[in-house]
Design a binder for this molecule. Structure first.
Ligand SMILES: Cc1ncc(COP(=O)(O)O)c(C=O)c1O
Length: 458
């Protein structure tokens, strides 16, 4: 079965492929988009139509599509050593990558535990925290705090860390210990701190302390925070937030996990988002951009202190994943980091991020645009029914607007991005880090046309 024509592919996709987080019925009367190739910040479908990849696939394609150096690195590694596990063995690509990541990571985060995905990284960090505290004589610490509406993955443990009730209910009971704290959505800050971002910052950080005290400090293992929270539409941290959270974590002996599955590898103009905001976490979880998607890889980078109890006697971290730190993925990640250096990818983000922001800010003149927020190459545009009151759409309107119109209309107009209503309705943008002003302008023009039309449909 070769399935070479678009029609054959379409029919087979409808019959055999199960898309993720996708209503399958959405394609009863329409085609499943089939993307066949990519070049730079653009991808092409099976009919040859071009799209600007405004979401880097899924926050993944940092250096853009079609980079043959990474394909060649994969091919070379697969020819030399396609697979060997990290269970009791090492292989050069994983060793080199671990060393390079340790060099790039802040503070004394020097030890790398590889996984294959972000969910596994989040889950691994929780397992490490639990076993670490047992070895350190604090066996009661198992709970993890994370923020409202934050997404941290889909495996059972990662889902327990996730703050999105709507995607959890069907899978309960989940592992116990997930506790929610407020996020840093200043646009919808509670009234008593809504006029002062510094007060808001103190309040949001102190809510973490209050939660630790409520739960009992001896029962809390870790706090999971993204440098900029994705779900809900890009909530950057208010000034001083992470410094205060760091102090709180230190005060109660709680580990700070910086979930950088999206925010690492240049998304915010730095190798790690924690670097941008000037804090040193205990654990960084990463995935996605580490390989720019040319092969799957994830992992966690941990402080020296966290491996300490595992370095003597019979102590063993009782955790492992067959394909973690896969030789091909590790080789691809090394080649990806070479491109970062050679092409000055971080420099491009830093030089152009103000332009990206200014271009998206132009959309504020549209009646449907309530807020434009983010940092680096990572933005959310919140859609509202009334700009003055910030009234949002009810479930029905949101369904009609986002699923019924915007998602298709933006794609049809040639822009890959995400219309998301897991919190308030937002459009998410996270383009490849090679984008420049011409691509921002293209995004703005498409968004302007489609959002203008959307307003007429409300
Ligand atoms: C912050 C964060 N953590 C974890 C994950 C889970 O990663 P994966 O889909 O690779 O399991 C994601 C995925 O989008 C994420 O954004």
């Amino acid at each position: 079965m070769t399935l070479s024509s678009p029609e054959e592919l379409q029919a087979a996709a409808k019959q055999h492929l199960w898309m993720h987080f996708t209503r399958m019925s959405a394609y009863d009367n329409g085609d499943i988009p089939v993307i066949v190739r990519g070049s730079g910040p653009y991808v092409y479908d099976d009919k040859g139509k071009r799209y600007l990849d405004g979401l880097a696939g899924l926050f993944v394609s940092m250096i853009g599509h079609g980079r043959t150096e990474l394909a060649e690195a994969a091919s070379k590694q697969a020819s030399e050593l396609a697979y060997f596990p990290l269970w009791s063995y090492a292989h050069p690509a994983a060793v080199q990558l671990a060393s390079r990541l340790a060099e790039l990571a802040p503070g004394d985060l020097n030890r790398v535990f590889f996984t294959t995905s972000g969910s596994e990284a989040v889950e691994s960090a929780w397992k490490l925290a639990k076993q670490y505290f047992k070895l350190r004589g604090e066996p009661g610490r198992y709970k993890v705090l994370s923020r409202d509406i934050a997404y941290h993955g889909t495996s059972m443990g990662a889902l327990a860390v996730t703050g999105l009730a709507a995607i959890k209910g069907d899978f309960e009971p989940l592992p116990p210990g997930g506790v929610r704290v407020p996020n840093t959505n200043f646009y919808r800050a509670p009234d008593f701190v809504a006029d002062d971002i510094d007060k808001f910052s103190v309040w949001a950080a102190d809510e973490i302390e209050r939660s630790i005290l409520r739960e009992g400090p001896d029962s809390v293992a870790a706090v999971y925070l993204e440098p900029v929270q994705n779900s809900g539409g890009c909530f950057p941290p208010p000034p001083g937030y992470f410094q205060r959270v760091r102090e709180i974590c230190d005060r109660y002996g709680v580990l700070l996990v910086s979930d950088e599955v999206i925010c690492a590898f240049g998304r915010l103009g730095y190798y790690f988002g924690s670097e941008r905001y000037g804090y040193v976490p205990d654990i960084i979880t990463f995935a996605k951009g580490v390989t720019s998607g040319y092969a799957p890889l994830g992992g966690m980078i941990v402080r020296d202190e966290l491996i300490e109890p595992f370095l003597s006697g019979s102590a063993t971290f009782l955790h492992g994943i067959t394909f973690a730190g896969h030789p091909v993925s590790s080789a691809v990640a090394l080649a990806n980091l070479d491109v970062f250096e050679h092409d000055n990818i971080l420099g491009n983000v830093r030089a152009n991020e103000d332009g990206f922001r200014a271009t998206l800010e132009k959309l504020r003149d549209l009646p449907i645009v309530g807020d434009v927020r983010g940092a680096g190459y990572f933005y959310g545009i919140e859609l509202v029914k009334d700009k003055t009151t910030k009234e949002t759409f009810d479930d029905d309107e949101s369904e009609r607007l986002l699923r019924g119109f915007l998602s298709h209309a933006l794609f049809d107009a040639g822009l890959v991005c995400r219309a998301d209503d897991r919190g308030d309705p937002v459009i998410q943008l996270a383009p490849p880090l090679i984008c420049t002003q011409e691509h921002f302008d293209e995004m703005e023009q498409i968004l302007r046309a489609v959002l203008t039309e959307a307003w007429t449909k409300i």
